[in-house]
Design a protein around this ligand. Structure first.
Ligand code: NAP
Length: 512
């Protein structure tokens, strides 16, 4: 059995600790193993002494060239990466492409940003300010690379995209990275580490494949920890990392919602867009997307029609081993995720009615009896969605969505968004600009991103579930309170803002 190596302190090493098996979630066959027990102190020293200096010697444009090379490497190995994602992630081919292409697109976006920032290492922040009696005495804010290590901890669901989105921002900002993908689906990230290693200066990227071990024990004040994962792990990180003085960015659970505006017919372009978005979010990656729609609000008179349209889309989906090309939805990624999902659906089932799929029972295609972490799409109906505690308090991380009725009032819709206590993204579908304005004003404080579906944009919409590198990703409260991406904004986590005061012409020459 292949024992995966980590790339740490300039060498590939297999670790000396206990072994953990990585399995194919469709068949439960072991596909590789990982072991802990690495010298992570040496990895931090290598990043601080070697990686940081290598990056400091490069301009934004040169760092952008590195990112472009990484994107190219992903394109060249795309088929191989897809095969690994199918074998270790339970991904269909479409799911795998979503993750892998998402990583490459994000790297390319930041490569282009690097080119546009040019041959500088300082980033200006805002316009020059006159702080003296005359224009001679000026002020200017600038961003410079933090002199520490960026520690990236990622979730199991996006081993490629999650790795690349964090890496793109940190590397362009000028911080060396130690990246730790989730163990269960590490096969794809491990291959990325192999592909990237010859393309980057020494110490710029190190990859820990396997359990975190003592990773956090080496974090000090100038480091940055960027985490994506569950809220329990996030809470532990808050205790452990914030006391060191390091920066911490958290992307955690999210009870994303979608609302059909009162002006929209289910059979209209905007209505069908919402049905398609909800169906995609339920089934793509078997609902294991942090941005997936979990809660749906529909005007009372249209609930039955909306549910019928949704059932039409999800009812005939072929579920099974994604190695079979006819399969459109694979298993959940791990046995633990399946157990969590079953507990979450049982809680929901006690407070809602079944519309489709009961509690997820399914006979998967092409799988030995009793094997695999499978669940079918589950559509539930909450008669009083605002007061349904299991719906508004617990993220069920899988192909599970609950629909509820409302009056069509924009303030109620926004209050329903707020009931999730902070989300990554929520959506409203309406062509009524006044309704949209009332909704946005009241809902925006509770969401990192609001997706506004309408008939005019329906034909070119990527859907709310797609994270775009040009827009911020993150959300308040339950979603972790973090913020990533957003074009140049994504660099700021890894940079220090300094206010400069002095001769205005000197300040101008510094930022070019
Ligand atoms: P998780 O159990 O919290 O694990 C996330 C990462 O944390 C993994 O790499 C895990 O490593 C690592 N980790 C666990 N304990 C650690 C420790 N003591 N020190 C350092 N690292 C540690 O979450 P998950 O099950 O992978 O992901 C599911 C959750 O992620 C869902 O709730 C979902 O909402 C959330 N999510 C959020 C986003 C977002 O962008 N907001 C995106 C995707 C997923 P091991 O794998 O080695 O245990």
């Amino acid at each position: 059995m292949q024992l995966l190596s980590s790339n740490l302190a300039g060498a590939w090493s297999q670790g000396s600790g206990a072994k953990t098996a990585l399995v194919n979630p469709a068949t439960e066959a072991v596909v590789a193993e990982v072991a802990g027990g690495h010298d992570l102190g040496a990895a931090f020293r290598y990043a601080r002494d070697t990686g940081a200096n290598e990056l400091a010697a490069l301009t934004f444009a040169q760092r952008g060239e590195l990112l472009a090379a990484l994107a190219k490497a992903i394109h060249a190995a795309r088929e191989e990466l897809i095969t690994l994602a199918i074998a270790n992630g339970g991904n269909t081919r479409g799911d795998a492409k979503f993750d892998i292409d998402g990583g490459a697109v994000t790297l390319s976006h930041y490569a282009e940003l690097g080119a546009s920032l040019g041959s500088h290492t300082l980033l200006g922040d805002g316009e020059p300010i006159q702080v003296g009696r005359t224009a001679r005495m000026g002020g200017q804010h600038v961003w410079t690379s933090r002199r520490g290590v960026a520690v990236h901890i990622n979730a199991f669901n996006f081993p490629a995209w999650g790795t690349c989105e964090k890496l793109a921002c940190a590397l362009l900002a000028g911080m060396p990275v130690i990246s730790k993908p989730a163990t269960a689906t590490a096969l794809v990230a491990h291959r990325l580490a192999q592909l990237f290693e010859p393309l980057l200066p020494k110490g710029v990227l190190q990859m820990l494949i396997g359990p975190a071990g003592t990773l956090l024990d080496h974090v000090t004040a100038h480091d940055v920890v960027a985490f994506t994962g569950g809220s329990a792990t996030a809470q532990m990180l808050r205790t452990k990392v914030l006391t060191t003085g390091a920066r911490l960015n958290i992307e955690a659970d999210s009870l994303n919602a979608a609302v059909l505006g009162p002006d929209v017919e289910v059979s209209s372009e905007a209505g069908l867009l919402m049905v398609a978005d909800v169906a995609r979010d339920m089934t793509q990656k078997t609902g294991q997307k942090c941005t997936a729609i979990r809660r749906v609000l529909v005007p009372e008179a249209k609930v039955a029609e909306f549910c019928d349209a949704l059932k039409d889309r999800i009812g005939s989906i072929v579920i099974g081993d994604p190695a079979n090309e006819t399969v459109r939805m694979g298993p959940l990624a791990t046995a633990a995720q399946l157990a969590d999902l079953k507990a979450g659906v049982a809680r929901l089932a006690a407070a809602t009615d079944s519309v489709h799929g009961g509690t997820g029972e399914v006979t998967p295609l092409g799988v030995p009896p009793g094997k695999g972490f499978f669940v079918g799409p589950v559509l539930r109906l909450a008669r009083s969605p605002m007061t349904c505690a299991p719906l508004n308090e617990h993220e069920v991380f899988g192909p599970v969505t609950t629909v509820g009725p409302y009056s069509g009032d924009a303030a109620f819709a926004a209050a329903f968004i707020a009931k999730g206590e902070g989300c990554l993204v929520s959506s409203a579908y309406s062509d009524d600009r006044d309704w949209v304005a009332r909704f946005v004003t009241a809902a925006a404080p509770w969401a990192g991103r609001l997706y506004l579906g309408s008939s005019k944009m329906a034909a070119q919409s990527p859907g709310p579930g797609t994270v775009l590198p040009s827009l911020v990703h993150g959300g308040p409260g339950r979603a972790g309170g973090g913020e990533e991406l957003g074009g140049a904004r994504g660099l700021h986590l890894y940079m220090q803002r300094t206010a400069l005061e002095g001769d205005a012409s000197v300040l101008k020459s510094l930022i070019g």
